[in-house]
Write a protein that binds this ligand. Sequence first.
Ligand code: NAP
Length: 560
Amino acid sequence: MVHVVTQSCCNDAGCVTACPANAIHPTPDEPGFATAEMLYIDPSTCIDCGACIDECPVDAIFPETELNAKGERYLAINAAYYTDHPSAADTRGPAESREPSMAKTSPERTLRVAIVGAGPAGFYAAEELLRHPGVEVDMFDRSPTPYGLVRAGVAPDHPSTKGVERAFASIAASTSFRYLLNVEVGKHVMHADLTSRYGAVIYSSGASTDNRLGISGEDLAGSIPATDFVAWYNGHPDNADDTFDLSVHTAVVVGNGNVALDVARILVTDVEALAKTDIADHALAALAESRVREVQIVGRRGIAQAAYTNSEFLALSDLPGVDVVIDPSELTLDPSTASAFDDRTLDSTIMTKISLARAVAGRRPTARNKRVVFRYLLSPTEIRGANGVSALACVRNEFTGSPSGSVTSTADLSVVDCGLVMRAIGYRGRPIDCLPFDTSRSVVPNDQGRVLSEPAGETIAGVYVAGWIKRGASGGIGMNKRCGQETATSVLADFANDRLTMPTMSHHDLEELIAARGGTPVGSLGWLNIDRAERAAGARRGRRRVKIVRTDDLLRAAAR
Ligand code: NAP
């Protein structure tokens, strides 16, 4: 019997360290790790000990005997990875080299670190810092609730992924950890307030804005960033009053990354199924009235270049009452991919992507079901409509030949009638006050998390970044583990080597300072009260939690 990694894999690689047989790959030290869709267990090496199951924060690993029908497909997906990646050979270094490097700290000196942004990257950095005696962490977030995109981004119908919150809660339970939630840096606390009170400041504030298509009609009513829709259905206070016209028959989602698939899935999922999740009540009510019957997902490149992961494609193609439709003529491969596919030398993940799409393209859609239509090789050129969106005009693309997978537009125009266009074309970081910004990559320039005056410039002592604002908006939750650890390791090394200026002011006056600037910080107890209130409301209604979505209500719950 072997163990199998399934859909909710978060790539945090805790399982890799736990596995005594080196059966889980790619490891963080292997080249494919940064771009891997998920981790895979080698069926020929797995010794069936189950150590990985205990380590997985998102319940993604099962013994093969406990897989359900949906999970069984992951047996082949795990095995396929080892068709083009060397297996059994131990690619790890000696055991100690796999441990994150432990920088020298001395117990008699205290290092106080401010982390701005309570999402995954901030937590993984905090976890690494708090392994060291003498380190204290204060975590700030402008929202009254922690966990960043785990709370406000992960789709409500993916509850196992949210299991990672348990790991974050245990980090926050450390006596050396303090929350200062509902505190906006730049408004209630300034950057200089932090640098004068903390030895190091880590910004892990994410990529909070959306990319723009730059085409005409983009600002028509009914043309919206998917990021707003995601924040709305996840109950983010900023989006609690948003409204979306769901009285339309067809919606188009531009872009085919996992965000595109998330919003498409939420638009067509049966509301009775959504009612069991922690989706915001206002979204559930609006989706119950929705008339959307068809969602088209428009990708500008071919199937082999589709940005979604195979597990998210499977999650969508499994939805009851929904037909996934693909026109086989759109599954064209560029010449080099086609020949590598035919002689089976193509990357196994892309092989699987193509095979899954071809299998779906053979399905016969029903008239009764809602539909999700995957379109490939189409680029939007104009969003049309008088007072609101009525159509999306696109041009067909063709492969240029070189570099492999790149496309150029043709004169072949097609128009999709639709009442809603969601732009799911990626997130972008925003400049942070007092920090340099690399506008070409929308990140803060840095070297292993140390903020630089400009790309390849001088280090700014004591200031760091982690997560999407450090490396750009790509990678799921677990990718932030290595990223957060790297930044924490830089902080610890700088501390050990006396490169940090020790604070000139006490951090104990911060709450007073915040209050004087009109802020109401929510601490650990406040968050615990919110969490309890949401879970209790959820338990009463057979749901994981019922989210409180307005800041005033959150603050009332926190104070209770
Ligand atoms: P993404 O994966 O980068 O996908 C962006 C999509 O937008 C791509 O299809 C891209 O096409 C397309 N695009 C970009 N600019 C475009 C333009 N001007 N015109 C047309 N299409 C354009 O971004 P994302 O979906 O926002 O996801 C961000 C990260 O979060 C990803 O790493 C994703 O895997 C992760 N995430 C994971 C999950 C999950 O694990 N369930 C859920 C949500 C998000 P090209 O590929 O041609 O550039």
